[in-house]
Write a protein of this length. Structure first.
Length: 134
């Protein structure tokens, strides 16, 4: 029984935003399986659904997220997207969120989309929980 894979993404905005307005403008880009939460006035947390855990998902998740973020950028002007690690179990979602927060606190980047997996020196790599292939 394959499990859903979701990638946590924090969208950081330079100004305060209202989640209702953002979600309304992104209707075509969000699915019923995406989880959206206003983290604070300038941050939206999205657990982007990538479907069921499969080998194809493991190979193409980054391209899929990059394409999705480029479409998001057409509708809203976010400053940065901090992309955590893929999670397939609810009790690991917090770990993915911690990866996003670590990126925001620790990484100065010259690009808009910043991926946790680009930084292998994260202090707790032994405890990372990535994809589930059960």
């Amino acid at each position: 029984n394959p499990q859903k894979i979701r990638i946590p993404i924090i969208l950081l905005f330079s100004e305060s935003i209202k989640i209702e307005i953002l979600v309304n403008s992104l209707k075509g880009l969000l699915t019923s399986q995406d989880i959206v939460h206003q983290y604070n006035n300038q941050r939206i947390l999205i657990y982007k659904d990538l479907g069921e855990s499969r080998a194809e998902t493991l190979l193409s998740w980054r391209e899929e997220i990059e394409q999705w973020l480029s479409e998001i950028a057409l509708y809203c002007n976010y400053t940065y997207a901090y992309v955590g690690t893929a999670q397939c179990r609810l009790h690991y979602y917090k770990i993915g969120l911690q990866h996003c927060l670590w990126l925001e606190d620790s990484v100065t980047a010259n690009r808009k989309n910043i991926y946790f997996l680009d930084f292998p020196f994260f202090p707790c790599t032994r405890s990372l929980k990535f994809f589930c292939l059960t």
